[in-house]
Design a protein around this ligand. Structure first.
Ligand code: 5RP
Length: 232
């Protein structure tokens, strides 16, 4: 990874950390950009910022957040929080309407749950993630393992492309929720809402299109952070 991409991520993460105010419950996303934010927030907490326990969208983020000195909620517990004041996450693609593709890190389900818990959802990205049309990045779809080949066939019939089961070096990728991820190489998504609607299929747990969730995007570019705000 080139240094300028790391610098863009870190600039966006620093801008997001500056948005955090004392007492806010924060939702923490997943991925390299979200972890840059976790590190920046950890520095603010080490400097005296007082926050209630945060909500993490993956086990990886939970581990990193704890290592950075942040307290994390048990979201499986009775009485777990239902609301976060500010959720900060990365994305795989961001278009000019603040529609996103997410799930490159296989955490799209928890990420979408937390985005919907948030009073404000801010997405962070390096400049290469800003696109005119979504879809060059294969759309991740989380599916239950039972009958996944049948679900994949139904997705292919609905979207016209063959989904690819995501694997790691160790074998089939299993999400934090015990599910599989099917990556759909759509090429371009001209109507994100129609694509999302077509994925309302048995066996599909969630997809990585975030159409309405993001309020603000902070895009790290050479020398500055560009702010995109959702039109009301
Ligand atoms: C994880 C995600 C990530 O936010 C997305 O993949 C971007 O990751 P990175 O910042 O590492 O490029 O959606 O499910």
């Amino acid at each position: 990874m080139t240094d300028h991409v790391t610098a863009e991520r870190e600039a966006a993460a620093a801008a997001a950390a500056a948005m955090v105010e004392p007492g806010m419950r924060i939702g923490l996303g997943t991925g390299r950009t979200a972890l840059a934010f976790v590190a920046a927030l950890g520095e603010r907490v080490a400097g005296g910022l007082s926050l209630p326990a945060a909500v993490a969208t993956s086990r990886r983020t939970e581990d990193a957040a704890k290592a950075a000195g942040l307290a994390i909620c048990d979201m499986m517990a009775d009485g777990a929080p239902t609301h976060v004041d500010l959720a900060i996450d990365g994305a795989d693609e961001v278009d000019g309407n603040l529609c996103l593709i997410k799930g490159g890190g296989a955490s799209l389900l928890r990420e979408k749950i937390v985005a919907h818990m948030a009073a404000r959802f801010v997405v962070l990205a390096d400049a290469a993630k800003r696109v005119d049309t979504l879809g060059a990045f294969p759309l991740p779809v989380e599916v239950v393992p039972f009958g996944w080949t049948a679900t994949a066939g139904q997705i292919e019939a609905a979207l016209g492309v063959a989904p690819v089961l995501r694997r790691t070096a160790e074998g089939v990728l299993i999400t934090d929720n015990g599910n599989y991820v099917l990556d759909c190489p759509l090429g371009r998504i001209d109507d994100p809402a129609a694509t999302a609607a077509a994925l309302a299929l048995p066996g599909v747990v969630e997809h990585g299109l975030f159409i309405t969730e993001a309020d603000v995007a902070l895009i790290g570019t050479a020398g500055r952070v560009e702010t995109l705000t959702r039109a009301k």
